[in-house]
Design a protein around this ligand. Structure first.
Ligand code: ZN
Length: 274
């Protein structure tokens, strides 16, 4: 089994971690595990029913097995509670009938989120609606597939769609600009691998892609070189960055279009005066 990544925070585990991604832990992680299983705080999440961001408040942590419901961290020993399933419920602070539930499995030194309602896909897909005005319908379709697969615990598959969005709607427009330049070497570009292409196009690509070396490493790697776990780990952050990039590109395009139309109107007026 590959080395287990660091334990996420309760909020990350609830909202960002893919289903069935399992985390190993040791006795030293006791209080962190307790905080995840018995988290009683609030989470900021998109509410599909309200169709906007809301604060969800913890209402219940219901474990199976011999747990005392009000056990405190001091009396809690993970080794006594392996092979348990914990249902965690939250309610939307805007409308208490909007509920959100998560199920965790805790067994033999591993903790795994095994269920979630509304699904990650429902949360993300309705959240994607916020971007309808800035993201073209065909891009939106690919993003929905990416989020849908991620929400169902599919790592590599979800990443394939995310990478297609990056290739077609971020890299290709940059390539179209770059190849108009006189010193552009299209033969070298054609022979390059995806990571090298990103480097060649760097001046034309958003800096976000390069700011974080881990992120750049994951984006530039061939899909075949990525493990299921790596894809699941990076999907939340890469997808967020993709949404930012698409929003920025749209704003840039609109500002160029309005500048062109302004210039055309001014030219038309100048033509009339002359
Ligand atoms: Zn709500």
């Amino acid at each position: 089994m590959s080395q287990s990544p660091l334990l996420p925070t309760p909020q990350q585990f609830l909202l960002e971690v893919a289903l069935y991604k399992s985390y190993a832990h040791t006795l030293q992680d006791r209080s962190k595990i307790f905080d995840i299983l018995f988290f009683e705080g609030s989470i900021d999440a998109h509410c599909p029913a309200c169709k906007q961001k809301s604060v969800f408040l913890s209402i219940e942590n219901r474990p199976t097995g011999n747990y005392g419901l009000h056990v405190g961290v001091k009396d809690w020993h993970p080794e006594h509670h392996y092979n348990s399933v914990i249902l965690k419920s939250f309610r939307c602070s805007r409308d208490f009938s909007h509920r959100s539930h998560f199920i965790f499995n805790f067994e033999n030194g591993r903790i795994t989120k095994i269920g979630q309602y509304p699904s990650h896909a429902d949360i993300s897909v309705t959240r994607l609606d916020d971007f309808k005005k800035v993201i073209e319908p065909e891009v939106m379709q690919e993003l929905r597939k990416a989020y849908g697969l991620f929400g169902h615990g599919v790592g590599v598959g979800s990443f394939v769609y995310l990478r297609r969005v990056i290739e077609r709607y971020v890299v290709e427009p940059a390539y179209d600009l770059a190849k108009k330049e006189s010193d552009w070497d299209d033969v070298a570009y054609g022979r390059s691998r995806f990571g090298e292409k990103l480097e060649l196009l760097r001046p034309k690509l958003p800096e976000y892609l390069f700011e974080n070396t881990n992120l750049y490493g994951v984006v530039s790697k061939g899909i075949h070189a990525l493990s299921e776990d790596e894809c699941k780990e990076y999907f939340p952050v890469v997808s967020e960055i993709v949404l930012h990039i698409l929003t920025d590109l749209k704003a840039k395009k609109e500002s160029e279009e309005s500048r062109t139309s302004l210039r055309n109107s001014l030219n038309a007026i100048a033509g009339k005066i002359a």
